[in-house]
Design a protein around this ligand. Structure first.
Ligand code: TEU
Length: 554
């Protein structure tokens, strides 16, 4: 593999540090805790660690509200701990990607405190506007409920915050803001970081005019004016030139609302913007008319149409990133799989994703088949998005509490944020103290210690999938060809490279289903590379509940 393209054959593991491993008993994970688990990551075989934010922060949005870009939050340790983590990963042949959150800062960042105080040097670092008719400048709602504008008493002006009021949006129209962001990114790369996951990076370019948006619930949508905005390509290209050019790094832009055509432009190497993007189409398909907390059943055919279109759309030009899970999404096995067939469905989902073209991302605990938390009491939730949503619906008497809690239990981000399940001991081996968010009681059964000891576990299946990527170039480079597109239960596709054909067959249902495929699609002498059931009657035997099989033929 060409060194500049190492990220194409890599698998990335996301660590959400608060919930990974606590070394000092304060109930919150930390960097020394991560360092203690590096051999576990090495055993799994991942190539890259993406670390969610570990910077100083008032913690309004769990660290996605940064008050100092060049330091470590004391709860996580020190810059020296970070250096040791970097070295520990590098010594084991793994890389470290940091989370760059630069659409907004914390309201406690010195840039914002100066801006708010009227410091002429910093006023224009943020988006200040006069009010309209005694209210905010327009009707935009924040992504986390309530208005997207907050009035500041000192001047009477309003500042824009697409997320919470404690996350003011930076003004990227100001070239000095962009220079400051470039400086932050260079500082981490100079210190030995291997790249960035860039938070909501397609929100950074806003239109100059900010008119009302179409009503969605109580507020107007900012999407048309602040998502995939007019100067986005220019800003990303500039950042590539000023920061990434000539460096051997991985860049992945998180882009809610990005379309496949735009993503192709962002990830076409000729355009020098980003290596890959996180798109959201497939994780938005089960959102109902009332949004994410109003989930609706997912039709596998819609999911296939969407993901297959991305596979073919980025095809030979750009590059996909592949994920079911992250710290913002409920657990995939509970959401897309079936907890009654936990091991089978977790491995079926993994097979579907890891054999696609693109870079797979594994979110901590996914490799154990960790499930949703199923919490029904709002007092057990910590996430600001969930709590705000509850307050403006149930709290305001606008929703039936049981229906609302059912939606929250299925979709809340806290489902992904319960502590990593290391062993069967009372706090799952995560902490000796009181965990900041409850441990899932199923850790007595689902935990890393048990999984590592069991060759039939979800963990060892992930380990084998990750190893296969290193052995078979067709998994990295093969052309993608959808199969059985109209089948309501089977996700099937082929990957083709030179004289190699890889056939991926996955049953996304709890029934045994026949396979209706032309045997020629599997090539000659297909050999089974991996499967989550004992091998039986060859590639075209019926698929048992949540069965997944991968065959390699010529
Ligand atoms: O998330 C961006 C984002 O818009 C969504 O992932 C969002 O959290 C979800 O769709 C809400 O339903 C990023 C971070 O990943 C997230 O943790 C932060 O809260 C958010 O940006 C603000 O920084």
């Amino acid at each position: 593999e060409q060194s500049a393209d190492w990220w194409k054959s890599s698998v990335v593991y996301q660590i959400y540090p608060s919930s990974f491993n606590d070394s000092d008993g304060d109930g919150i994970g930390d960097l020394p805790g991560v360092i203690d688990r590096l051999d576990y990551l090495k055993l799994l075989g991942v190539d890259v660690v993406w670390l969610s934010p570990v910077y100083p922060s008032p913690w309004d949005d769990n660290g996605y509200d940064i008050s100092d870009y060049r330091d470590i939050h004391p709860r996580f340790g020190t810059l020296e701990d970070w250096d040791r983590l970097r070295d520990g990963l590098h010594e084991r042949g793994m890389r470290l990607v940091m989370d760059l959150v630069v659409n907004h800062t914390s309201d406690e960042h010195p840039w914002f405190t100066a801006s708010r105080a009227g410091d002429p040097d910093k006023r224009d670092f943020y988006l200040w506007r006069p009010g309209r008719d005694g209210g905010p400048p327009n009707n935009w709602g924040s992504a986390f409920s309530g208005p997207a504008w907050t009035r500041d008493e000192a001047t009477g002006e309003y500042y824009l915050h697409l997320f919470t009021r404690r996350q003011p949006d930076l003004n990227w129209e100001n070239p000095r803001v962009r220079e400051a962001v470039h400086g932050v990114a260079r500082w981490w790369l100079d210190r030995g970081a291997d790249g960035f996951r860039m938070d909501v990076i397609n929100f950074v370019s806003k239109t100059r005019r900010m008119p009302d948006g179409p009503l969605v619930g109580d507020h107007g949508s900012f999407a048309e004016y602040a998502v995939n905005g007019p100067r986005l390509h220019e800003f990303l290209h500039e950042m590539h030139r000023e920061v990434f050019a000539g460096r051997d790094v991985l860049t992945v832009g998180e882009m809610p609302g990005v379309g496949v055509e735009q993503a192709r432009v962002h990830t076409d190497p000729a355009n020098r913007e980003l290596d890959m993007v996180f798109q959201f189409e497939h994780v938005d398909l089960d959102h109902g008319p009332g949004g994410k907390f109003d989930p609706r059943p997912l039709d596998l055919r819609d999911l296939k149409r969407s993901l297959n279109r991305w596979q073919e759309g980025l095809g030979g030009v750009g590059w996909n990133s592949l994920y079911w899970n992250n710290h913002d999404q409920p657990r995939a096995v509970s959401r897309f799989g079936d907890e009654r067939f936990r091991v089978e469905s977790a491995t079926a989902l993994a097979t579907t994703l890891h054999m696609m073209k693109g870079t797979p991302y594994v979110y901590q605990g996914e490799e154990l088949g960790m499930t949703n938390a199923h919490l029904t009491d709002i007092a057990d939730y910590r996430d600001v998005e969930t709590l705000n949503h509850h307050r403006v619906t149930v709290g305001a008497g606008k929703a039936d509490p049981d229906t609302a809690m059912a939606g929250i239990a299925r979709m809340s981000r806290d489902n992904a944020r319960t502590p990593m399940q290391w062993d069967a001991s009372p706090n799952a081996g995560f902490t000796t103290g009181t965990p900041w968010i409850g441990v899932n009681p199923n850790h007595v059964e689902i935990n890393a210690e048990a999984a590592v000891a069991d060759q039939g576990s979800v963990f060892h299946y992930y380990r084998r999938l990750i190893a296969l990527r290193k052995e078979h170039p067709v998994i990295v480079h093969g052309r993608f060809e959808p199969l059985a597109e109209d089948d309501p239960a089977v996700y099937a596709y082929a990957r083709i490279l030179d004289d190699r054909v890889l056939t991926v067959l996955v049953n996304w249902s709890a029934e045994t289903v026949p396979l209706d495929l032309d045997p020629k699609v599997a090539g000659r002498d297909p050999e089974r590379l991996i499967g989550n059931y004992p091998e039986e009657a060859g590639p075209f035997a019926p698929l048992r509940p949540w069965e997944a099989r991968v065959h390699l033929g010529t």
